[in-house]
Design a protein around this ligand. Structure first.
Ligand SMILES: [Zn+2]
Length: 215
């Protein structure tokens, strides 16, 4: 090897190491895509989690999630944080009852309540299965839930936005939640005051993964 090729040899090695280092850094700093599933609590600690399907306190009377984590598409998380910021100004917080829901859990729900007014048919898949929906309520500064007229997952007409034979305070609470969620881009679901979802977009496909409970 002459002196020229010797230098070229070491120059090539140095360049390839530099390029390798750059590509590693790039992958670490890569922006999260809107359709990536993420854990809400890694992006904000402003929410209260009461994930009912990780307990037996739900209409299934069964604990169907191994642990209480709120996974959603990144876009859903961003919109939810926008809503939380607006509600914070008014002195309220969002409490979450359900987030992403694996398709297998949707099938169990459908077996118990095969009524599309309340539970999405697993053949089509729910927006919860796509990571674009949340079931929520509001709490005040003391952590007390606001009166929304019915419990979460109450399968009756009183849970509907159309049902107006409720106390003025209840109607006002539902309206406050609805206005903020709609303002940031969520859609309401007529028969359930607690359900809000983003419009389904390409990439929001039905999923059935179970999240990791190690953390
Ligand atoms: Zn829902």
């Amino acid at each position: 090897m002459n002196i020229k090729s010797f230098y070229f040899f070491w120059f090539s090695i140095l360049m390839s190491l530099t390029l390798q280092a750059q590509s590693t850094e790039k992958s670490q700093n890569q922006p999260v895509h809107d359709t990536t599933f993420v854990n809400l609590t890694e992006y904000s600690s402003a929410f209260i989690l009461d994930l009912r399907y990780a307990t037996e306190n739900n209409f299934l009377k069964a604990k169907v999630y191994d642990c209480a984590s709120c996974y959603l598409r990144f876009k859903t998380v961003k919109k939810l944080i926008e809503a939380q910021d607006l509600l914070k100004e008014k002195g309220y917080k969002i409490k979450l009852f359900d987030c992403y829901r694996p398709l297998d859990v949707q099938k169990k729900m459908w077996q118990i309540v095969p009524n599309p007014i309340y539970v999405a048919d697993p053949a089509k898949g729910s927006i919860h299965n796509r990571g674009g929906a949340v079931d929520i309520t509001l709490v005040d500064v003391n952590g007390q839930e606001l009166d929304m007229g019915t419990e979460f997952d109450y399968f009756g007409s009183e849970a509907s936005h159309d049902y107006l034979k409720l106390k003025p305070e209840v109607l006002k609470n539902r309206e406050m939640l609805r206005n903020v969620m709609v303002q940031v881009g969520f859609k309401m679901f007529q028969s359930e005051w607690w359900h809000y979802n983003l419009p389904v977009e390409p990439g929001f496909s039905v999923a059935n993964f179970k999240w990791d409970c190690k953390d």
